[in-house]
Design a protein around this ligand. Structure first.
Ligand SMILES: [Zn+2]
Length: 324
């Protein structure tokens, strides 16, 4: 017999991760399913409903014990109305996903930006438990941020707060997915760092990753990590450059908000925290105001993909007042 729970679904571009989770037992069941983001809205929502039913069947949980279905969406959105503004990786725009999914399943649907959910998960169930003012920064394909101010998720005036990936760091710098130039994530995300490494290799510099580049294979965080461990100069140099920018931007954010904790996560940090954290802390301490950095901790998240899953519990508590 399981306790009252929620179903948390992390919506990725090509797959979704769904979990039954509660604060006492943690994650009880997981289902990962590929989704086709090019399919119609109705088909996509139907795929989400299937994940919900698969999970219920897997844990044999009484439907009455499921208090909500929480969606973590890589998008701008309105958590009050359930409308997704723009989800570029899912091909969704101006879409009330809450309404359509609630028509398919007998549960209340809540939605939140996936990075915000990650911050909520870290604050309530991860290394951020004691933090009052916290930034969770995720470095991977892009760079995302979630802000906890005075113990609560800070959403801003249009629910778009925390978009640190689009802070300007290099005038006329590389083009960003958002259409502007020189954004933080266009300069220091894994994608940006990998692009620079590929350019280096193509210009004749020798690297452990030369083979991967020649074969056109994707360079993942794991390959970067093993190249660094091997002492690869090209890779190490480009990652260090990225860390310099990350450290400087985090120092600026700290000066603005006077945080007590910065939690770093995302694919690149997960694979390289041993190497990157010290390289981020150095430029950080050189650029931050001493009084602002007093007692501030910079740590790596340990929850990985589960941060957003756990965040669903805090979301359900906030919007529905339920304790699971
Ligand atoms: Zn941008």
């Amino acid at each position: 017999m399981h306790r009252e729970s929620i179903i948390s679904i992390d919506m990725g571009g090509t797959k979704v991760l769904g979990c039954v989770v509660n604060s006492k037992e943690g994650i009880i069941a997981r289902v990962k399913k590929p989704t086709d983001p090019t399919s119609s809205r109705r088909k996509y929502v139907h795929q989400l409903a299937e994940v919900v039913y698969d999970l219920i069947e897997k844990v044999h949980i009484d439907k009455k014990k499921i208090k909500a279905v929480c969606l973590g969406v890589p998008a701008t959105l309105n958590p009050e109305t359930g409308v997704i503004g723009l989800a570029p990786n899912l091909g969704l725009k101006n879409f009330n996903i809450k309404k359509m999914l609630e028509a398919e399943i007998p549960f209340t649907v809540l939605i939140e930006n996936d990075v915000n959910l990650g911050a909520l998960g870290i604050k309530n169930f991860g290394v951020g438990k004691k933090a009052k003012n916290m930034l969770a920064a995720f470095v991977g394909t892009g760079i995302g941020g979630g802000l906890i101010i005075d113990g609560k998720l800070y959403r801003g005036s249009n629910y778009v707060a925390g978009e640190i990936g689009h802070m300007l760091v290099e005038k006329n710098g590389p083009k960003c997915g958002c259409g502007m130039k020189g954004c933080f994530e266009a300069v220091a995300s894994r994608t940006a760092i990998v692009n620079k490494i590929i350019k280096d290799i193509k210009s004749g510099k020798s690297s452990k990753l030369s083979k991967l580049v020649k074969s056109g294979e994707r360079i993942r965080s794991k390959s970067l990590s093993s190249a660094v461990k091997y002492g690869d100069k090209v890779v190490s140099r480009r990652i260090k450059e990225g860390c310099d920018v990350i450290g400087e931007v985090l120092a600026s954010i700290s000066n603005l908000l006077n945080l007590d904790m910065i939690v770093l996560g995302g694919g690149l940090i997960e694979a390289l925290d041993f190497y990157m954290l010290p390289l981020i802390k150095k430029p950080f301490s050189e650029h931050v105001l001493k009084d602002s950095a007093k007692g501030l901790k910079i740590v790596a998240s340990k929850l990985r993909d589960d941060a957003a899953i756990f965040g669903g519990i805090a979301l359900a508590e906030e919007f529905l007042g339920v304790r699971v």
